[in-house]
Design a protein around this ligand. Structure first.
Ligand code: HEC
Ligand code: HEC
Length: 411
């Protein structure tokens, strides 16, 4: 071999080595450079559904197969609604992550103030609705049925339908249907939706109806807790790869841009993770992020607490006080709850048709723009400060949020 040819191959080898080394090294920079603090935060964000049993302690039907099946049927059943036309799935569309992609909420009720969130992983929450006016998943379902803007029904109509349609197929759950005796009772009766009629029923009838109404709510909640679970996202696989010290595998899961977005998300200065933490990217708290509408009465946490404390199905009214620490020690400070909304999950947002409690933003770019430059009101308490990101960083953050909306291919 001539000397020139040999040095040519030598050079080729060197440059090939350089390329390989450079590539591995660059991957190391992003995918291998996580601090102990970052790792702790990432492990906290890794998907886990272990908390469900604990958070739904007040639902003794949680793991029962018959309750899960009954709940599934009820979720898709329009027969409980006042019009006979509206099921839970009319708004929470199963094929779209249980999001309200058609804006049914606003079509059915032009006065509606809140958009319907997706329901995957909902059983991992502490509070329900954007203002947290329900403290259990099962009492949340009961509120829907008697809400004129949703099912527009009453507990009597719902229970009558429950017994007529399901008591034969679910005898163990619905035994009490045989005991309630309602000849001559009106179509609707409820202390909320048809009070006059409710008062005319006997105490035994009211008690029987309430008991079955609660079974209805607990069955729906058992279905949600057992079946509406988020899938593992590419983020979760990434955390596993990093925790295993395998930065080459990690580099195959997230691009450098997505990983840079994750880094920003975890950055204390940027602040996202201060509120969006835990396996659903929510700390279960209520915060003011400058999304109130000046001059309009707010359907915010302050109002949510009033409704919750009044609710006949809240934990304190339906259980022993020692089971209700959340409610006993509820944070009521007016300055902090005015204009405050629940920190939503950031998982599975890919079908979300709009963002924030009122759907004011149509895409995630607009959400990031808001955090960059929140329109704060003078003299009002607010829990965020401008994020101060360069344009390329905003893009990185956006690409990371999109990672959470994807399910990993392997699942
Ligand atoms: C008309 C549309 C509509 C129907 C029908 C409907 N929902 Fe909803 N759902 C919403 C809206 C809107 C919200 C948010 C309301 C709020 O926060 O004030 C919501 C909130 C929820 C939440 C709370 C989610 C969270 O993150 O806090 C759950 C759980 C839920 N719905 C389950 C149900 C179930 C179960 C049914 C059937 C019994 C049902 N929904 C029927 C529109 C609907
Ligand atoms: C002080 C707590 C807090 C911080 C910090 C925070 N958020 Fe939020 N986030 C919230 C609350 C509360 C909402 C709901 C506000 C509303 O509905 O009006 C929200 C809503 C969102 C939504 C909309 C989700 C949906 O389903 O509508 C996204 C996306 C989001 N935040 C991303 C971020 C990112 C990215 C950062 C960092 C730049 C961040 N958040 C920082 C509390 C916080």
């Amino acid at each position: 071999m001539s000397r020139t040819l040999a040095s040519f191959f030598g050079l080729l080898l060197l440059s090939a080595l350089f390329v390989v080394f450079h590539h591995v090294h660059a991957a190391d920079d992003i995918h291998g450079g996580w601090s102990e603090d970052d790792m702790r935060s990432m492990r906290g964000l890794r998907l886990s559904v272990e908390g469900i049993a604990d958070k739904n302690r007040s639902n003794e039907l949680l793991r029962r197969d018959d309750a899960i099946e009954l709940g599934r049927l009820l979720f898709h059943d329009p027969g409980m609604s006042g019009s006979g036309q509206v099921a839970c799935s009319t708004c929470h569309r199963p094929e779209n992550g249980y999001q309200d992609t058609e804006f049914m909420t606003f079509r059915l009720d032009p006065e509606a103030r809140h958009r319907a969130p997706g329901l995957l992983g909902v059983a991992l929450q502490d509070w329900f609705f954007w203002d947290g006016r329900a403290d259990s998943l099962w009492s949340q379902a009961l509120a829907v049925i008697e809400n004129p803007a949703e099912h527009a029904s009453s507990r009597l109509q719902a229970v009558r339908h429950l017994c007529a349609r399901y008591s034969e197929s679910f005898p163990a759950l619905l035994r009490d249907c045989l005991r309630i005796d309602l000849p001559g009772a009106p179509v609707h009766a409820s202390p909320l939706a048809a009070e006059e009629n409710w008062r005319r029923l006997s105490a035994a009838q009211r008690e029987g109806i309430d008991k079955l109404f609660v079974i209805l709510g607990k069955s729906i909640a058992a279905f949600e807790a057992g079946r509406l679970l988020p899938g593992v996202s590419r983020f979760d696989l990434y955390v596993d790869a990093i925790a295993a010290g395998d930065s080459a595998a990690a580099a195959a899961i997230l691009s450098e841009k997505e990983a840079a977005g994750l880094k920003l998300f975890l950055d204390a200065q940027v602040g996202c993770v201060n509120c969006h933490n835990g396996p659903m990217f929510s700390n279960s708290g209520f915060f003011v992020v400058a999304t109130d509408t000046p001059g309009q009465p707010e359907h915010d946490r302050r109002r949510g607490i009033e409704i919750l404390l009044d609710s006949e199905f809240n934990c304190l009214k339906w259980s022993e006080p020692e089971n209700c620490p959340k409610l006993l020690y509820i944070k009521k400070d007016e300055a902090e709850t005015t204009g405050a909304y629940k920190v939503p999950s950031l998982r599975n947002l890919r079908h979300a048709p709009a963002f924030m409690h009122d759907g004011r933003f149509k895409n995630l770019e607009a959400v990031i723009e808001h955090y960059q430059n929140p329109a704060t009101l003078p003299l009002r308490h607010v829990d965020i400060r401008p994020a101060a990101l360069f344009p390329h960083q905003r893009e990185q953050l956006l690409s990371f949020l999109n990672v959470l909306g994807t399910e990993a291919a392997s699942k």
